[in-house]
Write a protein that binds this ligand. Structure first.
Ligand code: ATP
Ligand code: MG
Length: 396
């Protein structure tokens, strides 16, 4: 296994806009990158307003790039050659690593003011040498296929790179606090979790499970979705709520048309309590306005009425097609479409209320021991720790 001469340069995005507290975001991003690289032998360093990964085995480079390119808060990364700051070795390296055809421009940054050639003439010299050596290359400062970057640092070394891999953008996970994601096995909720983690929420996942109506494969499927999410947002504590008794009680004591409304109010109450226990300040759901009966404005109003925390619904204005596209991109779609029964599909009424009124929902709950049922569910939670880049969650 050979040691790479390359260094992976990592740039952050929106953190730039932060003022005095920028170091809080920089430190958090540093630990999130470090966590993402867990298990790979390498060195992670902080440079001014960026990070660098070095001292890794050549064959680990691709995996490092893949992992880092999923860390929220990162704008882009580049695989660079790290060489001594000497004119000839810079030129030799550029000649070696540059693509051999296409339009390009040269961008020399001279942080080391002692380097004898100024940025502008050095850029022009490199551009000239490249296009003379490779006739299929042409300089175009405005419309270029790639950029040759020469970054001459203060301490005697230079980074040379031509490629830029896009990062996911967003804010470092954890910078916005915690969020309890209501995670079903469907297409929408994993996407919702991804979007809020991207804005800096550290997720825990709450899943309602109605054994034996929903089997072990349903739970395994949700675990798999949480694992895919964990590759982006770090470890996730997944909490499985036993929901069978509540559903049976609702089924026995409420009008069929209110089954879903009342059930969703229970989910919201329990999710808020779990969020409190886990130190989360918000609930996240995959609802999209008007998608199904339980996601009309009136249904959402009646569900929100029992919440004690802000409810983030990042998909609220998105079409199903747009959500699917995003699910494909983040890699949850193929798992989401595997067949399974969600607790929402158990006892599904033929004509659910699309415009439930709050008083009527409350009236439907009159014969239910709401607090006791919530309490009992909370006393029987199952905790599953989901790690990124791993095959199985650990139950405790
Ligand atoms: P999804 O694709 O996320 O399952 P959906 O279109 O099937 O969404 P619903 O079943 O009405 O919609 O659920 C709306 C939201 O409620 C989900 O996005 C999710 O946040 C939450 N939810 C639904 N079922 C469960 C469950 N079993 N456990 C946890 N949350 C759930
Ligand atoms: Mg669902």
């Amino acid at each position: 296994m050979s040691q790479s001469e390359n260094v992976i340069l990592i740039r952050y995005g929106e953190i730039y806009l932060k003022g005095k507290n920028i170091s809080f975001f920089e430190n958090l991003l540093y630990s999130n990158i470090k966590y993402a690289l867990k298990g790979i032998a390498c060195k992670l360093e902080r440079l001014r307003s960026r990070y660098a990964v070095s001292d890794y085995a050549s064959d680990a480079e691709e995996e490092i790039c893949v992992r880092v390119s999923r860390v929220f808060g990162i704008h882009s990364l580049s695989v660079a050659r790290k060489i001594e700051s000497a004119r000839q070795s810079i030129i030799d390296t550029v000649m070696k690593i540059s693509p051999k055809s296409g339009a390009f421009r040269v961008n020399v940054k001279r942080a080391d003011k002692k380097f004898p050639v100024h940025s502008q003439p050095f850029s022009a010299e490199i551009g000239g040498l490249l296009s003379r050596e490779y006739p299929e290359l042409s300089v175009n400062l405005h419309e270029y296929d790639f950029e040759v970057n020469v970054d001459i640092r203060e301490n005697g070394y230079t980074f040379v790179f031509t490629d830029k891999i896009a990062g996911p953008g967003g804010m470092p996970v954890g910078s916005a606090g915690g969020g309890a994601l209501m995670l079903s096995g469907g297409i929408d909720s994993p996407v919702a979790g991804y979007m809020m983690a991207k804005r800096g929420l550290k997720l825990c996942a709450v899943h309602f499970h109605s054994f034996p109506y929903t089997g072990n494969d349903a739970k395994e499927k949700v675990k798999k979705l949480a694992r895919i999410l964990a590759d982006y947002c770090g470890s996730i504590c997944m909490i499985v709520v036993p929901f069978t008794k509540i559903q049976e009680e609702i089924h026995a004591k409420c009008d069929a048309s209110f089954m879903i409304t009342v059930m969703r109010r229970f989910m919201m109450r329990i999710a808020c309590k779990i969020a409190d226990i886990e130190g989360c300040g918000a609930i996240v759901t995959g609802e999209s306005l008007g998608q199904v009966a339980s996601q009309t404005l009136q249904s959402i109003t009646v569900t929100t009425a029992v919440s004690t925390l802000p409810v983030f619904r990042p998909l609220i204005g998105m079409d199903k097609e747009e959500i699917i596209e995003k699910a494909r991109k983040i890699g949850t779609f193929e798992t989401s479409i595997l067949p399974y029964d969600d607790c929402c599909t158990v006892f599904l009424p033929e004509n659910p209320q699309t415009r439930p009124r709050l008083e009527r929902a409350e009236y439907q709950e009159r014969e239910l021991a709401v607090d006791a049922l919530v309490e009992e569910a909370l006393n029987n939670l199952e905790y599953i720790h989901i790690n990124p880049h791993s095959e199985s969650g650990q139950t405790h």
